[in-house]
Design a binder for this molecule. Structure first.
Ligand SMILES: Cc1ncc(COP(=O)(O)O)c(C=O)c1O
Length: 389
């Protein structure tokens, strides 16, 4: 069969993953070209199976496993292994917003202190900081991006002796640009500033262990690259910082002191100090299953595949005359490619959905995002559709 002009634009390299076999795990992909993991993951069968097993345990075994903290701790250990950090540095929280709120509220700050934040931050990061400003008199310094990038240099330039925190996401949800967190953390460390990062757009997709990424605190929802259910997220905190953070909430699971004991409340010495009540047992069980899947594929292979696909997508779009606003260098991007198109992006997204292609619109640009289950054929269908809008 002769290659179409669009498929000729794709630089199809040998895939190192057995993508076709992996796709069988995702029923959504039988009917949809799914390029929107930056919004939600198309859940794999193993997550459904774990969910069923959870109910079976409740029906057959009175929930002795389903509602056990041992099961939660096993998933915590598996998450730590996958992400390259000790389990003791991980707390399960409800979503990215909760984790970021908990983080910023637990860092000691005084009126007149300031926080430096990137322009590309999501509502999940901006609103917790705005509350700090409204109620605690902390100044929020929003640093504009330059040429589509938030840079360590520009962020560092706004820091001074009253800067307590720098907050920046690893990968921007809009244009998909990735910041060099290691370089930024060096700037922060030099100035005694804590670095907090929202890594929801990179976790489960990029291979660098969290402990080597740079930030002191990292928060991410598990419903994107980690292929989990909504309502599960984690907060990672550098081991030697944990005890300096005083949570604003407390409950049965976050403390070690007795309920009515005199004196101050004593928090857990590890990251569980942020887990105040019953956890999301079902969500964490499901997460255990998707972690096993990601682990069996390997984050390095996943990252390589995402890199290959996004590189091909950028090249294919450029060859078709479609403007790409995502940076080109791999170190400056991850799984998101953002396109500037002549007509309204939301209308294009709706039109593509009618053709069973799922992408998203962010600030009037079309956003496609890939994971290990995406194929070159997916990209071909997207480019074919975009070339005629
Ligand atoms: C950068 C970023 N942060 C956070 C979120 C989501 O926050 P939450 O998990 O609180 O819903 C998203 C997308 O949904 C995002 O793209």
């Amino acid at each position: 069969m002769a290659a179409s002009p669009v498929s000729q634009c794709l630089d199809i390299a040998e895939a190192s993953l057995d993508v076709e076999a992996l796709r069988q795990e995702f029923p959504t992909l039988e009917r949809w070209t799914y390029l929107d993991v930056a919004r939600k993951a198309p859940l794999p069968r193993c997550v459904e199976a774990a969910t069923r097993a959870f109910f079976e345990d409740i029906y057959d075994s009175a929930g002795r496993r389903a509602f056990s903290m041992e099961a939660v701790d096993e998933t915590r250990a598996a998450l730590g292994d996958l992400l390259g950090v000790p389990a003791s540095t991980l707390a399960f929280v409800k979503n990215t917003s909760e984790g970021l709120n908990l983080a910023v509220q637990s860092i000691p700050m005084q009126p007149g202190d300031n926080v430096v934040v990137g322009e590309f931050e999501h509502e999940a990061q901006i609103y917790p900081l705005r509350l700090l400003s409204e109620f605690q008199g902390v100044e929020i310094r929003v640093v504009p991006a330059s040429e589509g990038r938030e840079t360590p240099e520009a962020l560092a330039a706004r820091m001074d002796e009253r800067t307590r925190l720098c907050a920046v996401s690893h990968v921007a949800f809009g244009n998909g640009s990735r910041i060099d967190l290691m370089a930024l953390s060096a700037e922060c460390r030099q100035r005694g500033v804590l670095l907090l990062s929202d890594a929801i757009q990179s976790v489960g997709m990029l291979a660098t262990p969290l402990a080597e990424l740079g930030p002191d605190i990292i928060v991410a929802g598990c419903h994107k690259g980690l292929l989990g259910l909504n309502g599960t997220a984690f907060l990672y905190c550098r081991e030697d910082l944990i005890e300096a953070l005083r949570p604003i909430f407390a409950g049965k699971y976050s403390v070690t002191s007795d309920r009515l004991a005199p004196g101050p409340v004593v928090f857990q010495i590890d990251a569980r100090r942020f887990e105040y009540g019953n956890p999301n047992f079902l969500g964490i069980t499901a997460l255990g299953a998707s972690i096993r899947m990601l682990d069996s594929i390997g984050l390095s292979a996943i990252e390589a595949h995402i890199r290959e696909l996004t590189t091909a997508l950028i090249a294919g779009a450029t060859a078709l005359g479609i403007e790409v606003r995502t940076p080109r260098d791999w170190n400056e991007r991850a799984g998101i490619v953002s396109f500037r198109l002549p007509s309204n992006a939301k209308a294009i997204v709706d039109r593509l959905a009618a053709e069973r292609i799922i992408v998203n619109a962010k600030d009037d640009h079309v956003r496609a995002s890939v994971h290990f289950y995406n194929s070159h054929a997916d990209l071909g269908r997207l480019l074919e559709a975009l070339s005629s809008v």
